[in-house]
Design a protein around this ligand. Structure first.
Ligand code: GSH
Length: 213
């Protein structure tokens, strides 16, 4: 039995949750906020979510969790079977995490949590994202999915990580980063129409509405 620790506003939590639903894996959601206390760090050493509990053992880092799920539940694959195509899909997941999500995330405190505007971030994030978006234009296939002909974790990462980044960046710079990558808007729209994605996005919207009061 799997227990997925995290919360419905987290893009990384939602990416694992969607993967598990797509795979038809049985799991329980355990609401847990990221935090630095010793109890939580005992299960998630950096205090981050998601954290997957697997028969009393714990695993962190979303893309490592994708790999475990892929190995244990290969019947509904979310990575291509061909080793090189699979590596290229993982490359896209890493690019989306490291060069889109990570820079954009520096603005989460000011956009969502009432923190003051971070002037250093305002200056540094835009050029970092311009690089990340250029890399995405170079690597993404949209054929019709992000990594090519099959749906999988690259699409899931794009849906949640670029979805969040685009909201944050629109708010700070009035800049539409999705429009910077031809084919991305249509691709995200078709991913968001999948029944499993609609369920996770619905839970996200409910959590967002509760946050905004
Ligand atoms: N590299 C981590 C990133 C996870 C992450 O940043 N999660 C956020 C929530 S979306 C979090 O826990 N933030 C709290 C923190 O960074 O201390 C992964 O792939 O799981």
């Amino acid at each position: 039995m799997y227990r997925l620790h995290g919360f419905n506003l987290s893009n990384y939590y939602n990416s694992v949750k969607l993967g598990m639903i797509e795979k038809g894996v049985d799991f329980e959601e355990v609401e847990n906020m990221p935090r630095q206390d010793a109890d939580f760090k005992a299960i998630s050493p950096m205090g981050k979510v998601p954290c997957l509990e697997v028969d009393g053992q714990y695993l962190t880092e979303a893309n490592v969790i994708y790999d475990l799920l892929e190995d244990r539940h290969p019947e509904t694959p979310l990575y291509p079977a061909d080793p090189f195509a699979r590596a290229k899909a993982k490359e896209l997941v890493h690019y989306i995490e490291l060069y889109i999500d990570l820079p954009a995330r520096r603005h989460i405190p000011s956009v969502f949590l009432g923190a003051p505007r971070n002037d250093a971030a305002v200056e540094e994030v835009r050029p970092a994202l311009e690089n990340g978006l250029a890399a995405l234009r170079q690597l993404a296939r949209f054929d019709p999915f992000v990594a090519g002909s099959t749906y999988g974790y690259a699409d899931i990462a794009a849906l949640f990580h670029i979805g969040l980044a685009s909201q944050v960046i629109q708010a700070v710079y009035d800049w539409d980063i999705i429009a910077e990558v031809p084919g991305l808007a249509k691709c995200l729209e078709q991913i968001g129409e999948r029944p499993a994605a609609k369920r996770v996005l619905g839970d996200l919207q409910t959590a967002m509405a509760a946050l905004q009061g």
